[in-house]
Structures are given as structure tokens and as C-alpha cells.
Design a protein around this ligand. Structure first.
Ligand code: PGA
Ligand code: ZN
Length: 426
């Protein structure tokens, strides 16, 4: 008799924001055990899978005891006895059990924790690293011959928006490796630039305290454009070529500063129409070494996205959908049909299962779109499954903050994968 799922249990643990999240544990009949925990967003899109919480007073309503109950009392009875080596079927059974389009019944957090824990247990069972197991399960076409093909770091360097107080309206300014080199080299280059950035901000009299994602969150920054100058100087001071080796990636998270049909740039005391905002963005495209642009418009402002895409193509800058597409094949298909984006951000918990996440990555790939797999800003854990997914599907970047344990665990996973690959091709 082949291996089956013997037990699924769950635990309320803490995420980096100081509020709970959920961890699932799966035991196979072979005795192997694996765990997985899930993050949540600070600027979550409204089309994301539901994150269920307990309500009430405990943890200000954000407890996850009910999610633990759901995993142990509703999901576990369905999946115990099943074959862990058929991830699609495991995930499908949970989707059927949930019966909604946004996992409102079980919670995306419950489903994803179990989904990843089963995948991890199954990978252990067959003696493969998680990324290799996922690549085989979903036939992603992964053909890793050299560490140069691994995802490159997109390191959040300055953060504002919902991730910090009194700083930029735009949520993230990242340092991205624009080369294809081994992560041990690109991560080093980007972090050296990040450390130069600290000196530059200090010279400007700006605070170098960090925000949710471990990036600098300088209080009282004058404009949304100012960070570009600091980042270019940081790259240069670190001895690298802006654009050629390290570029700047922006995540505006524009849904967060959109209200009543206008984009409110509080820092600059201006309210812009989508077209005025586009013209503002264009000046940045003309002046700075921009590597990628993400969520530059509201999550339902489809017209603005489609109008903006040709301009980004002219500058050869991928336009990434995040809140717009929420790792959802249906929303991605709409974005393809409406020519709204040329790349997509991938967050497992936006959709809530491993199978659906990889299906979205594969759809993007079929349409020649680059994928960037991302951490979450609200609460992260030390779980590194997002890195294995990024490697399995051939993501161009992983977007993760530069400091704080729950962020560096992702880069460290990438470095371990690089080391494994180097050893296996020797
Ligand atoms: P989040 O946003 O706070 O919703 O996780 C992070 C991001 O978009 O990169
Ligand atoms: Zn985003």
C-alpha cells in the first residue's frame, strides 16, 4: 500500500506583525512529518482569498483558533487516508469542500497551510527538494543547469504607504538585480547598495528605522520622487551600474491611495486623475533606471492599466499586476484579454492553494509574462515555500525585504538552493 496522509493538525502561531497566523502539520503513514505556515498582507487586494480570523476580543479579533478548528475538524477528516503525492487532487478536494470562489467557507489561510504542508511532506517522501517535487508534479518545465537561472532578488529598500507611517504614498521602492547571475552574487550586490542607502538617508537627516518588510521607512520624505535619487546614489556608491546591474522596482500599491476616482498623493498634497498620474510616472520612466512597475493603478481601474501598458513597453519595463490579478487565473486571463499587464506578482495566499498558484504561473508563462514571487507585508513567518515555488516555476524575481528574520529566511533558502545546484552539477 502506498503512502497516505495519516494525520493533519494545526496550531495558532505568531506572524511578524505580532498577530496570529496558522501552521498546519501533516503526518504521513510512513511517519514523515512536515509543517507549513502562511502569511497575510497589509495592503491586501479586495479580490484575494479570504483570511478568516476569530473576531471577538482575543488578539483584537485577529486570533486564528477557529482556523485551527477548521483544519482539524473539517479538512483533516476529508484528507486523512488520501494520497499525498497527488497535489492537484488534494487541493481540489479542499476547493470542493469550500464551495466558494474566494475560500470564504474554510478560509484561504486554512487551505493554503494544509496545501503547502502536504506538498512538503510529499517532497520528503520522495526524497526531493520542494522546488524539484513541485516542478515534477506540475510539469513546469524546470531545467536548472546553473544557479544563474535562479530568481533574482527584488529587495524592498524604502517602504511607505500602508507599511509605514508618514512617508511616501507609494508603498515600495526596491533594488532589483537586473542581471542573471548566481543569487549569492546578486543578493550581495543589492544588499551592499542597501547599506549605502542607509548612509545616504542619514546624511539627508532622514530616519533609517525600518518598516513592516525590513526596509527603511523614512519619516517626512519630501516627495514620492525623492527615493529614486537616493537609490541611484546608493547603487553608484556601492560601485554598481544603475540599470545595468541593479535597477529600481516600484510597487505603488495604488489602490491604497485611490478614492472617489482620484489618486491622492498626500505627501505632495495633490490629487491626480489616472491620466495625470500616468504623465507623472512617465517622467520617472524617462529619468530613472526603472526595472519593473507594479500596481501603479487601482485594482479595478482596468482602463488606466490598459492605457499605460504601451508606454511601459516603449521603455521595456515590465508592468506587474498584484492587487489587480491576485494570483487568480480568471483575473489574469482578463488582464491578458484587456492587455493590462506584461508581468504578474505571485503570492500563494492571495489564491490559497499550491495548485492554483502554479496554474496562474503557468498561464502567465504561456503568455510570455515574467513572474515575481512575493512575501507579504502584514505578517510573515519563517516559512520559505514561496522561494521553492519561485524556483519551480522559473520566476524572474523573488520580492522580499532586506532585513528581519522572516525576510532573510527567504534569501537564505535561495542561497541553499544555489548551493545544492552547484553541488549537483559538479
Ligand atoms: P501586502 O503588499 O502588504 O499586501 O503584502 C506587499 C506587496 O504588494 O508587495
Ligand atoms: Zn504589491
Amino acid at each position: 500500500m502506498s503512502t497516505t496522509i495519516k494525520r493533519i493538525s494545526a496550531l495558532e502561531i505568531l506572524a511578524s506583525g505580532g498577530y496570529p497566523t496558522v501552521e498546519a502539520e501533516v503526518e504521513l503513514s510512513s511517519g514523515l512529518v512536515a509543517r507549513a505556515s502562511v502569511p497575510y498582507g497589509a495592503s491586501a487586494g479586495s479580490h484575494e482569498a479570504t483570511v478568516l480570523t476569530d473576531g471577538g476580543d482575543r488578539y483584537l479579533g485577529k486570533g486564528m483558533q477557529s482556523v485551527v478548528q477548521t483544519i482539524e475538524n473539517t479538512i483533516a477528516p476529508e484528507l486523512v487516508g488520501q494520497n499525498p503525492l497527488d497535489q492537484k487532487s488534494i487541493d481540489q478536494q479542499m476547493l470542493d469542500l469550500d464551495g466558494t470562489s474566494n475560500k470564504a467557507t474554510l478560509g484561504g489561510n486554512a487551505v493554503l497551510a494544509v496545501s503547502v504542508a502536504v506538498a512538503r511532506a510529499a517532497a520528503k517522501e520522495v526524497g526531493q527538494p520542494l522546488y524539484r517535487y513541485l516542478a515534477d508534479q506540475f510539469q513546469t518545465g524546470l531545467d536548472l543547469e546553473s544557479p544563474d537561472q535562479l530568481p533574482q532578488p527584488m529587495v524592498v529598500a524604502i517602504e511607505g504607504g500602508k507599511h509605514a507611517d508618514n512617508t511616501t504614498d507609494l508603498q515600495e521602492y526596491c533594488l532589483s538585480s537586473t542581471q542573471s547571475v548566481a543569487p549569492s552574487e546578486s543578493v550581495r550586490k543589492v544588499l551592499e547598495s542597501y547599506h549605502q542607502l542607509k548612509k545616504i538617508l542619514q546624511k539627508e537627516g532622514l530616519s533609517t528605522n525600518v518598516g513592516n518588510e525590513g526596509a527603511f521607512a523614512p519619516n517626512g520624505i519630501a516627495t514620492n520622487e525623492a527615493p529614486f535619487g537616493y537609490l541611484v546614489a546608493a547603487i553608484e556608491q556601492a560601485g554598481y551600474q544603475p540599470g545595468k546591474e541593479i535597477g529600481i522596482s516600484i510597487d505603488a500599491a495604488a489602490s491604497e491611495f485611490y478614492a472617489d476616482g482620484l489618486y491622492h498623493l498626500a505627501v505632495e498634497n495633490r490629487k491626480l486623475t489616472a491620466n495625470e498620474l500616468m504623465a507623472y510616472y512617465q517622467t520617472w520612466l524617462e529619468k530613472y533606471p526603472i526595472a519593473t512597475l507594479e500596481d501603479m493603478f487601482h485594482e479595478d481601474d482596468w482602463t488606466a492599466w490598459s492605457e499605460f501598458l504601451p508606454l511601459t513597453k516603449k521603455f521595456n519595463v515590465p508592468l506587474i499586476g498584484d492587487d489587480l490579478t491576485v494570483t487568480n487565473t480568471e483575473r489574469l486571463q482578463r488582464a491578458i484579454d484587456e492587455q493590462a499587464i506584461s508581468a504578474i506578482l505571485i503570492k500563494l495566499n492571495q489564491i490559497g492553494s499550491v495548485s492554483e498558484t502554479i496554474a496562474t504561473c503557468m498561464l502567465a508563462k504561456q503568455h510570455g509574462m515574467m513572474t515575481t514571487t512575493s512575501h507579504r507585508g502584514g505578517g510573515e513567518t519563517n516559512d520559505t515555500a514561496m522561494v521553492d515555488v519561485a524556483v519551480a516555476v522559473g520566476s524572474r524575481f523573488i520580492k522580499v525585504g532586506p532585513t528581519r528574520g522572516e525576510r532573510v529566511s527567504k534569501y537564505n533558502r535561495l542561497l541553499h538552493i544555489e548551493s545544492e545546484i552547484k553541488n549537483s552539477v559538479k
